[in-house]
Design a protein around this ligand. Sequence first.
Ligand code: PLP
Length: 376
Amino acid sequence: MTDKATRCIHAGTLPDHETGGVNSPLYPSSAINYLDGEDIFYPRYFNTANQRAVVDKLCALEDAEDGVLFSSGMAAISTAILAFAGRGDHVVLMEELYGGTRNLAANVLPRLGIDCSLVAADAGAIAAALGESTRVLVIESPTNPLLSVVDIRAVAALARERGIVSIIDNTFASPVNQNPLQLGMDIVVHSATKYLGGHSDLCAGVALTSAERAGRIRDLASCLGGSVNTLTCYLLERSLKTLAVRVARQTANAGAMAEFLAGHPAVRRVYYPGLPDFPGHDIARDQMHGFGAMLSFDLDETRVDADTFIRRLQLITPAISLGGVESTICSPARTSHQKLSAVERANIGIGDGLLRLSAGIEHRDDLLDDLAAALG
Ligand SMILES: *Cc1c(COP(=O)(O)O)cnc(C)c1O
């Protein structure tokens, strides 16, 4: 199975000996006979058949040896970090990270005696922050919400040289548009709530890596909990079959919307790695298979303010999540970054007129018409 679209459909599927059906049978039991096998199976040991089916499919998509499926993206990220960092250790993360991860680094890890440095989304800044006691490095690319692109190969090489475990949150790109393990990263995590689930109706997460590191993550996960139930496994397995076609269409729609917005007089600036003049475009072209389906833009609020614009949209829905089949839009200043002061927001480039758009799979022309009408 060389092609990703084929792996999306066939990898990991459990055989249905009972009926010959093409879908994995569902095994919802939490009480499982232990007498006849070597392993003990239990949902919170992260080893039930339906958990394995999803992990195997995701391993095939990210070129990983093994992985652990969690009940949320944050469970995957926090467990992966804590599996490799403890009291007295230092963790380097990027300033521009998903809000939940940033909050973990700013408020929770320090309470456990883990020293955290938050640095700019740039290989040089990351290199400068690595020290003797650094055990873990956490990055995202493209980032939320400004789509900054980090040179993943360079960062992975830095970490490898020093024996630091490198983790990347690959949620924004999805395995269709970027495969960081092939670029040298050690662990890739996803919020499966987004593209992997893709229908805005489930919450899950995954960490994918070598068999050895996955074992360490699974051992800690068994203590912390955060396992996912069989029905969510099934929804996720079903969704993953269409991941490649969904993300290809979403990526094409994002490209068309980015180009349209970049040429509109009511838009000041568009943040999308696929635009040739976007900083990081060349690196993105080199390390991504597609430029992704997320974009952000600054409205010229003297022409139309963000609130009015969003209220005028008929199709594109205001919502904070992303990656679903429906296009959604949100104001980072009003949602993910509302706890920061206006000055703090301005310092990191998040103005009141900034909007983040997640492209869905609607027809391109309907999306462009919706944007055009709302821009006035
Ligand atoms: C949503 C998201 C997360 C957190 O995932 P949950 O499933 O909500 O816990 C982490 N990283 C990124 C980039 C996200 O978009």
